[in-house]
Design a protein around this ligand. Structure first.
Ligand code: SF4
Length: 304
């Protein structure tokens, strides 16, 4: 069988070993080399172009049902935690929560920590907290799981005093637009810390981009062809609404949208992003305001 393997950036080191296993079984194996940030980005075009019959996507849970004649298998990748070192990190987190008089919390984590989440919940409960796990939105498969673009599990956990994110890095927790305090318990860094202020800063930046874009005369509307990100209907609506406001607007289509791809489009004053809502995390790198299509209504309301 012709098989295409796809790994997110953090797991590309596994490619050679995984390919060798399948080759030993007699398969012809290819590895997708383009950057991959989520299961919204299945390498369908590459697989079709080389005639692959199957894609094996590592490291993410299924994001959506993909319409394709190519079989897709999702292979989860769970991270191990050294509990001897992580116990004190959770203890520090519990002390920070108690200082703020937190009693009930929403526990959330990326899919790589799904297997560890039950133990984290137990440990937090042993410190006297009521721990709730909500179900995420359409692209989430497990209670408590978050994606960079989906933190509904927090909202759906119900009434809580605070949110606890168990996992590494700041990408996921800064995507939690909660009005509650958010605490990171990071077993990789070996530290627990509040991230609430950083989340508020992201939100202020988002509002700043909307305000700046309201003065723009000409918009580029970003459309990704990644199977889980394509939103042509949203892009068409954005174009129509902006034109009704007397603005010029053009649809810009690419598989991967980034500052390099856009840097020579000098005519646009601002962008509307219909793709991954996190591509504008680094707004400064684009040199122009970027507004997610989810904020289009807000933008249109303040345009004169
Ligand atoms: S945050 Fe972006 S890259 Fe990650 S799953 Fe969502 S759309 Fe895909």
């Amino acid at each position: 069988m012709k098989i295409m393997l796809q790994f997110p950036e953090g797991l590309k080191a596994m490619a050679l070993a995984e390919a060798a296993k399948l080759e030993k079984q007699g398969h012809e194996v290819f590895v997708a080399a383009a950057p991959c940030y989520g299961a919204c980005d299945i390498c369908l075009d590459e697989a079709r172009n080389i005639g692959a019959e199957k894609i094996i996507h590592f490291g993410h849970a299924e994001f959506m049902k993909v319409k394709s004649d190519i079989e897709i298998e999702y292979v989860p990748y769970f991270l191990d935690v050294d509990w001897k070192k992580t116990g004190p990190v959770i203890e520090k987190g519990a002390a920070l929560l108690k200082k703020e008089k937190v009693k009930t919390l929403a526990l959330t984590f990326p899919v790589q920590h799904r297997e560890n989440s039950a133990r984290v919940k137990e440990l937090l409960e042993a410190f006297g907290f009521t721990v709730k796990l909500g179900m995420g939105g359409a692209h989430v498969r497990h209670p408590g799981q978050v994606l960079g673009c989906d933190s509904d599990s927090v909202k759906n956990a119900g009434d809580v005093d605070a949110v606890v994110y168990f996992g590494g890095g700041k990408f996921h927790p800064t995507g939690i637009p909660s009005d509650k305090m958010v605490l990171c318990i990071d077993p990789h860094l070996g530290d627990s810390y509040w991230i609430t202020e950083e989340i508020r800063r992201v939100e202020r930046k988002r509002k700043g981009s909307i305000l700046a874009a309201s003065n723009a005369k000409c918009f580029g509307i970003l459309v990704s062809t990644k199977c889980g990100q394509v939103n042509l209907a949203g892009a068409r609506i954005a174009k129509k609404k902006l034109e009704e406001k007397g603005r010029k607007a053009m649809l810009l289509v690419a598989n991967e949208l980034n500052p390099i791809a856009l840097q020579n489009f000098m005519s646009f004053d601002a962008y509307i992003n219909t793709a991954c809502p996190r591509i504008n995390d680094d707004t400064d790198a684009y040199g122009k305001p970027i507004v997610n299509v989810a904020d289009l209504k807000r933008l249109l309301e303040i345009m004169v």
